[in-house]
Design a protein around this ligand. Structure first.
Ligand code: UDP
Ligand code: MG
Length: 338
C-alpha cells in the first residue's frame, strides 16, 4: 500500500526541516511505500526555497507551489488532487498534528475504514476560545445538516475512495470540515493530546475565526434563509396584534400621545432585522456569484515534478478519476488542454 502525506505550508520556513525529520522517522513504520507532498500556499518567507532543498535531497518528498496564497482549503485540495497514494493523509506543517499517530491511523484504515480522523483535546488553549468553540459547535450542529465535531480538524487519513469522493465535489467555497462529514463512509476517531505550535505563528486571527464560523453556517444549507421567514412571520404577527391594539385604543380613547418611543423602537428593530437578513441573502448571492464563475481553485507556479499541474473537479473529476490518480502525468495535462 502506498501512502501520500499532504501538508499545506504557508510561511513555515522555520519548521520544515523538523517536519522532514519527524516524517522520515515515522513514515516507514506506517507504510513501506510513501510520499510526502508539500504544498506551498504562496508563502512570503523562505518556505519555497526550503521545499526545493528538501525535495532535492530526498526523492520521497515532492512539492507543488501555488501562484499566491489561496488559503489552506485550496492548498489541501491541490495536494489531494496530486497525491498518488492508495491512502492519503492530511496534516499541518507545524507539528501540531503528531506524526507518530500516522502509523496507528493507517493501520485503522486497513481495518476497512475510509476515514480515520484524529481528535484533539483542547488542553492548553485559551479558555475563552475553548468556551466559544464549545458554544459554536452546539449551535452549528442544530443548524447544518452534516455533523461537525469539536476538536476534529483536517488531521486525517483518507482511503482512495474517500479522496475521489472529495474531489468530485467541485464547489468553489470549500468548508472542508463539512465536506469530510458530507461524504460519509465509515469513520474511525483517534484521540490525541493537544500540542502547541513550536515554530512560526498561527494564521488564525479572531476575525478569520469569525468568518470561518459564518462559513460553516452558510456553506451547508439555506437554514438561515428559512430563519428569516420564521422571524418575519413572527414579527408580522406581533405587529398585527399591536396594530389592532393601537387602532382600538385611538377609537376608544381618542388620539392623544405622539408615540415617539414606540415608533423609534419599531423603526430601529425592523431596520436592523432587514439589514441582517439582507446580509444573509447577500451572502448566498455572493456564493452563487463565485460558483458561477467556475474559476480554478488554485494555480500552480512550480512543482518538483517540473510539469505544470492542472486539476479537474466536480463531475469532470469523476470522469477523470483514473487520471487523477496520476494527475501529474502528461496524458492528463493534454486531456485538459483539449
Ligand atoms: N496554512 C496554509 N494556508 C493559509 C494558512 C495556513 O496552507 O493560508 C497552513 C499552515 O501552514 C499550517 C496549517 O495550514 O500547515 C494550519 O495553520 P495554522 O497552524 O496557522 O492553524 P492552527 O493550527 O492555529 O489552527
Ligand atoms: Mg497550527
Amino acid at each position: 500500500m502506498r501512502l501520500s502525506v499532504v501538508v499545506p505550508c504557508f510561511n513555515e520556513e522555520r519548521g520544515l526541516q523538523h517536519l522532514h525529520d519527524a516524517l522520515s522517522a515515522v513514515l516507514p513504520e506506517a507504510s513501506e511505500d510513501f510520499e510526502v507532498l508539500l504544498v506551498d500556499d504562496g508563502s512570503s518567507d523562505g518556505t519555497l526555497a526550503e521545499l526545493r532543498r528538501i525535495c532535492a535531497d530526498d526523492p520521497r518528498f515532492r512539492f507543488i507551489a501555488l501562484s499566491r496564497n489561496f488559503g489552506k482549503e485550496a492548498a489541501m485540495l491541490a495536494g489531494l488532487s496530486q497525491a498518488t497514494g492508495d491512502a492519503v493523509a492530511l496534516m499541518d506543517a507545524d507539528l501540531q498534528h503528531p506524526p507518530e499517530l500516522l502509523a496507528r491511523m493507517v493501520e485503522l484504515l486497513g481495518h476497512g475504514y475510509d476515514q480515520v480522523v484524529a481528535r484533539r483535546t483542547r488542553k492548553g488553549d485559551k479558555p475563552v476560545r475553548t468556551l466559544v468553540s464549545r458554544l459554536y459547535y452546539r449551535l452549528i450542529n442544530k443548524m447544518v445538516d452534516v455533523e461537525l465535531k469539536d476538536g476534529v480538524g483536517d488531521f486525517r487519513v483518507l482511503s482512495r475512495r474517500a479522496v475521489k469522493a472529495l474531489l468530485s465535489l467541485g464547489e468553489y467555497n470549500r468548508f472542508s470540515k463539512g465536506l469530510f462529514s458530507w461524504i460519509g463512509f465509515d469513520t474511525a476517531v483517534v484521540p490525541y493530546e493537544n500540542v502547541q505550535r513550536q515554530h512560526g505563528e498561527t494564521k488564525w486571527t479572531f476575525g478569520k475565526l469569525l468568518n470561518y464560523g459564518i462559513d460553516g453556517v452558510v456553506s451547508f444549507n439555506s437554514k438561515p434563509l428559512r430563519m428569516a421567514i420564521y422571524l418575519g412571520l413572527l414579527t408580522t404577527g406581533l405587529a398585527f396584534i399591536y396594530a389592532v391594539y393601537v387602532i382600538l385604543d385611538s377609537i376608544i380613547g381618542g388620539v392623544d400621545t405622539p408615540g415617539y418611543a414606540t415608533v423609534m423602537v419599531g423603526v430601529i428593530a425592523f431596520g436592523g432585522l432587514q439589514l441582517l437578513f439582507l446580509g444573509v441573502m447577500g451572502e448566498y448571492l455572493g456564493r452563487i456569484y463565485y460558483e458561477s464563475k467556475r474559476r480554478p481553485h488554485f494555480l500552480v507556479k512550480e512543482s518538483s515534478d517540473g510539469a505544470p499541474v492542472t486539476v479537474a473537479l466536480g463531475t469532470e473529476a469523476m470522469e477523470h478519476a483514473e487520471f487523477l490518480q496520476h494527475a501529474h502525468s502528461h496524458s492528463h495535462t493534454e486531456a485538459k488542454a483539449k
